[in-house]
Design a protein around this ligand. Sequence first.
Ligand code: ATP
Ligand code: LTN
Length: 334
Amino acid sequence: MEENKKVLYSGMQATGTLTLGNYLGALKNWVKMHEEFTCFYGVMDLHSLTVRQEPAQFRKNARALYALYVAAGLDPEKNCIYYQSHVAAHAQLGWVLDCFTYMGELNRMTQFKDKASKHADNINAGLYTYPVLMAADILLYQANVVPVGVDQKQHLEITRDIAERFNNLYGEVFTIPEAYISENGAKIMSLADPTKKMSKSDENKNATILLLDDRDTIIRKFKRAVTDSGSEVRFSEDKPGISNLMSIYGCVTGKTMEEIEREFDGKGYGEFKLAVGEAVADELTPLQKRYDELMKDKSYIDQCIKTNDERAAYVAGKTLRKVHKKIGLTELIR
Ligand code: ATP
Ligand code: LTN
């Protein structure tokens, strides 16, 4: 990895199988980033603990996430793809930054309010301080850019606020990161309710396309997707269902909304939905094949994890030592 490139940091939680939303909104856009940036991508397993996980399934999900990153085209030799929990500095810096974050700031986080209402029986402190751990992830690597979906914008703002606060007190310790929100697929909506984002923790199976769904399932889910009244394939605010399907089709085929409107002019919703289903299935087939191969070859992924964990720990350790020194913690005696 070249030293003079800017740094990019991102990651996903290891909760359940990835959806088409995760893929189009994030993963697909990450694949070429290493040409311009030194890239770090985490399997955010510590963040996943904010919601109760069944241990055996959780371990499998984390592994599957790693394999999906690679299957989607992230080259583990050109990108540092690692496990958040394998680099102790995340939890360590997370604690320090907790002490530089105000409850008033955390009280404003919309993701917290949303998750707290969904998990009313488990509103734990981790859910509340989630954005601080996220700030630690980003700041440890001195990231310049952080590609995320629009839903994470607020977490990037608090990360910048925490970093600036710290720098004002102790000098230029952290790089101030910027959110990079891609135009394409910034927000893919649920197929069952196009006013809600497509989310991997949605309990309605028909609401989401999973990256590992087979062709027939994908086509069937698109056929059942909730659409709007009328029959014209037109992109507009009063047609959230069709507009969402058009965005998906556009992301996958590279066509503009006008081109799609022309392509389906005079054709009904049924024909359009079938075309979207087929295009998505075609896009995902090679990814699924590569995923199956990777999951069979245990030693390859193990080796990638080991090398990249070490690389991440080296970079993160440097920042953490600097932070400890600045705030006056006593240095380790070696
Ligand atoms: P959960 O349902 O567990 O909250 P999620 O599906 O929202 O998860 P995250 O792990 O929170 O996924 O997000 C991983 C990345 O995918 C983030 O960059 C996020 O912005 C992006 N992302 C998630 N859902 C969508 C979506 N529907 N459209 C576009 N991007 C998305
Ligand atoms: N909260 C993020 C996942 C995440 C992340 C990060 C993304 C955790 N730490 C650091 C970018 C940078 C989400 O997408 N739900």
